[in-house]
Structure formats: C-alpha cells, structure tokens
Design a protein around this ligand. Structure first.
Ligand code: UT7
Length: 333
C-alpha cells in the first residue's frame, strides 16, 4: 500500500550578507589592552564585520533575503511570512521584519520579529516548521540579522572582541514527500533564572534612556563569560542528544554539525562531550566572530556552499543564547 504523504518543511534556499568593513584583532590591539594571540587562542576569532553607519539589521537582513530568494528561484510575493530573529532591531517598533518586507516588496507576507538573542534563528526556524507542517503556509522566510557593534562597550575587552555584524536567511517551503526531508524536528528551551548572565540592561522599560544610563553604558551588552561558556557546553550537548534521539538517529548519522559560533573552545568541548570528531563541526568563527542570531544561518549557508550539505546529508543545528535560551534542529537535505 502506498504510504500517505504529509507536509514537510524543506529548506528551499539559503543566503547571507556581511558588511564589507572588516575589523581585525590587530585593529583592536590599537585601542584595547588585548592581543591577537589572546583573542585567537581563547576564542578562535581573527576578524569580524562591522556595519557602516547607513546599515542596520533590516538592511543586512534584506540583502540576505534577496540572495535567498535568488537561490530558491522565488519572488518576494511568494512569501507568506517573514520572521526576523534579532536582538539589535532597527527601532523599538515597528518590527525590523516590516522594514525588510517593505524593502523586498513582499506584500503578502506577515512580518514580525522574535527575540531569543543568539538562539533566535533556531526559535524562528521552529515557528516556521510548525506553520509549514500544519499546512497553513507554503513559504516562510526566517532571517537572522544583527548589528552587534551598536551595543558593544568598545572599552570592555571581555566582550567587544567577541561579536560582529551580519545576516543569514533561509526559506522554509512546504512539500509533500514520503521520505523525511527538511526540518525533521526542532527543540527549543528557555530558563529565565539566568537572565542576568548575558544582558543589555538599559535603554528601555526597566532603565529608560537618561544621562545616568548612558554614563553607565546600560545600553551595552554585559556578560558573565565563564558561566555562559559552561552553560553553552552543557545545554548545546544535551539538546543535540535529545534532537538526535527524538529522530531515532545517532551522532554517527550526522554529516555536519552547525553550532552557534560563540567561541571555538565551546565548539571543541561540545564535540568532545558528544564524542564526535571536530571535523564534523562547521566553523567560520575566525571570519565573523559571534553574530548572535545570524551565526547559524551564515554557517549553514557557507556549509552548503562548500558542498558539505549535498542532497541526503544530515545537519544538526545547536545553540545557546541569552535568556538563557537554547535549542537544536535536525535538517535532512
Ligand atoms: O553567544 C552567547 C554565548 N556567548 C558565549 O558563549 C561566550 C562565552 N564565554 C567565553 O567565550 C569566554 O568566557 C570569554 C572569551 C568571554 C573569556 O574567556 P575566558 O577564558 O573565560 O577568560 P576570563 O574571563 O577567565 O579571563 C581570563 C583573563 C583575565 O585576566 P586576569 O584576571 O586573569 O588577569 C581577563 O582580564 O583574561 C583577561 N582577558 C583578556 N586579556 C586579553 C579577558 N579578555 C581579554 C582580552 N584580551 N580580550
């Protein structure tokens, strides 16, 4: 008997956009008490991109979205929904996604932002997966876009060396196929008990913009580095295992892990804990640093471009971000 086909969430296209301006570790040595050697050995980062004055999350995101539409051979009016995952929106409201929608001319798409910081893209992908698998929509664009450079304290060597700007996107498309394809499952979690671990404490509701808030750089990112590091290793390992078990898969089935690019040492420790070769992990942190919600879609696109995600390949996405939030997703190409 013919097996009943059902809706699946295939990735129809990927695309990225990075600002042209490069800030190297050597550049940072000129203004901070740091060294290229410390940054490379402690984080794996060599350089990061910095948005120009007239660029923002919506402009970077729109560039990535156009590249994704081209890759998928689709037009903007085919999009039913645009989800922008960002922690550095253009303005408080309206959502950055509405600016992207306008820029694309995607008149049919419901457009809104979600905020799960570095985990944003996996959270957004999870929302897209539900809309697609339920049959409600045909094409959902998920964009991760960040201008982290705007919320850095450029005098704090513990944080400003880590982050960069950029954008990446995917189109999640509804298909009817018998064999499992596309997003096999996504798993997302939050624990607000650790909300102070990585936080931009001011500039809005709790601490509105005022002279004192500006003087205390309350609009800048603050991070307890070591606790975040340990939490990232624990949660990314745990949720990766859960995602594979859920699908009846093992680490051996995975062709490429696309980890959040926060610190090369986090990625190496996760690979050890999962007992997986580091060669299976796609790493581009040396070029871009931590681009928060843009990190995974940029890595996903580059892994695909490098030929590592051919048809049939299995990729595992895994992430931890502020909130704290964490998640994983398995994608069959
Ligand atoms: O995307 C969300 C997730 N984010 C993360 O996962 C980030 C997680 N955390 C980390 O990646 C690491 O904790 C950091 C890279 C932020 C810091 O590395 P660490 O090995 O944990 O260093 P540390 O904070 O323990 O600092 C060690 C030393 C300190 O000096 P003393 O007190 O031992 O004299 C720091 O002041 O390194 C010093 N240090 C630096 N030295 C040169 C910290 N930052 C720098 C720097 N250059 N940029």
């Amino acid at each position: 008997m013919k097996k009943k086909s059902h809706y699946q969430a295939e990735i129809a296209g990927t695309g990225i956009y990075l600002p042209e301006k490069i800030l190297t570790n050597a550049d940072l040595e000129k203004t901070l008490d740091t060294s290229d050697e410390w940054i490379r050995t402690r984080t794996g980062i060599q350089e990061r991109r910095i948005a120009q004055k007239d660029e923002s999350s919506s402009t970077l995101g729109a560039h990535a979205a156009k590249n994704t539409l081209n890759a998928a051979g689709m037009t903007p009016d085919e999009l039913d929904m645009i989800i922008v995952c960002t922690s550095t929106p253009d303005v408080l409201y309206p959502s950055t996604a509405c600016f992207v929608q306008k820029n694309l001319g995607a008149s049919k798409a419901a457009a809104y932002d979600i905020s799960a910081v570095c985990s944003g893209f996996v959270f957004g992908l999870s929302i897209a997966e539900q809309y697609i698998k339920s049959g409600r929509y045909e094409n959902v664009m998920v964009i991760g876009a960040e201008v982290n450079s705007r919320i850095m304290d450029w005098t704090d060597r513990k944080t400003c060396i880590l982050f960069g700007d950029g954008a990446g996107a995917v189109i999640v498309k509804r298909v009817e196929k018998e064999e499992p394809i596309g997003i096999l499952s996504s798993h997302i979690y939050s624990d607000g008990n650790h909300s102070d671990m990585l936080i931009v404490p001011g500039g809005i509701g709790r601490e509105p913009v005022n002279r004192e808030a500006v003087d205390n750089k309350m609009y800048c990112l603050k991070m307890a580095g070591q606790s975040t590091f340990k939490m990232a290793v624990k949660r990314m390992t745990e949720v990766s295992r859960e995602c594979l078990e859920f699908n009846g898969l093992s680490t051996e089935d995975v062709d490429v892990v696309i980890p959040h690019q926060a610190n090369r040492r986090i990625i190496e420790t996760v690979s050890e804990k999962l007992n997986m070769s580091i060669d299976k992990f796609f790493i581009n942190i040396h070029k871009y640093g931590n681009t928060s919600a843009a990190s995974i879609p940029i890595a996903l696109h580059e892994a695909r471009e490098s030929g590592r995600l051919e048809s049939g390949a299995l990729s595992l996405l895994t992430v931890l971000g502020a909130g704290i939030t964490w998640g994983a997703a398995a994608i069959r190409w």
